[in-house]
Design a protein around this ligand. Sequence first.
Ligand code: NAD
Length: 312
Amino acid sequence: MKIAIIGAGAMGSLWGAKLSPLADVWLVDRWAEHVTTMQQKGLRVIGPDGEAQIVRVQATTRPEDVGRDVDLAIIFVKSPGTRWASQIAKTLLKPDRVALTMQNGLGNVETIAGVLGADRAVQGVTFHGATLVGPGRVRHAGAGATHLAIPAQNPGRLAEIKNLFEQAGFETHLSTHLDGLVWGKLVINAGINALTAILRIPNGLLLEIDSAGQVMVAAVAEAVRVAKAKEIELPYDDPVAQVRQVALATGSNRSSMLSDVVRRLPTEIDVINGAIVREGERMGLDTPVNQLLVWLVTAIEAGYELQMTRDE
Ligand code: NAD
């Protein structure tokens, strides 16, 4: 199977490292230093147990190097790049083959469907965690299950993808729809990501700073109200206990939105808290806490350039 992983940050690199020994895998990324390091030295993967391994991978900054005979595209860019990645996928994929997203947030699969067609856009959810520790170096922070939604067309091919993922060591399940799991992650991310990015604190401090914890709980409560209005069944009974447990378990971690803000990169605010606001509006529900988080993170992003001008 020929696979193009478009967006080879932490997660794309992890998937690339695990799949490369089993298939003809290409990692496509715009970060030239990361790509050059992978080409010259291989990809260094540090496992959850701390053990490091070097894996040979095919990596490029130029999608045209991959060829136009790809069987599966895996989209692992951050959400502001999803349209770009979908357009690349369209040029690389064989006509009837699918693009899979395991990105966080709501709306990425719709963006992919807008470019490739609904029958060629597959929603996935993964509970693996990874961090890029430098160019050509990824840490597999934690393992968990991966779920793929069977599209109306091509169900057979999805079984093939599941088998390959399992051979690569990813526990994989097929479902008819994944709304509960997508929203399960969304609700938690809505509570943690924007707030840690605004306050520039690791996740665990949300539990130690009382007022921050209150904002986290309020953002989660709004998201849950929207999910309930949409009749989404969340994969846990007590969302507040769940968000606290995640903040505790990932206490020393920087959320991915905080990493984006520190690197002055566009964040995924629009598909996380922004999605809660939009879905709330659709259901006739106000979501003032999520709206405020959206405005603040959007203002931080708008400030990148202004701050840079001032710094000079
Ligand atoms: P990432 O931030 O590691 O990478 C995103 C892009 O930024 C890549 O193109 C990468 O090359 C580039 N980049 C990273 N570090 C850089 C640096 N120092 N300088 C310049 N460019 C740099 O993204 P990710 O964590 O792999 O996330 C991809 C998608 O997967 C997102 O939608 C995310 O929400 C989702 N996701 C992530 C995790 C996780 O644990 N990381 C888990 C589940 C889902």
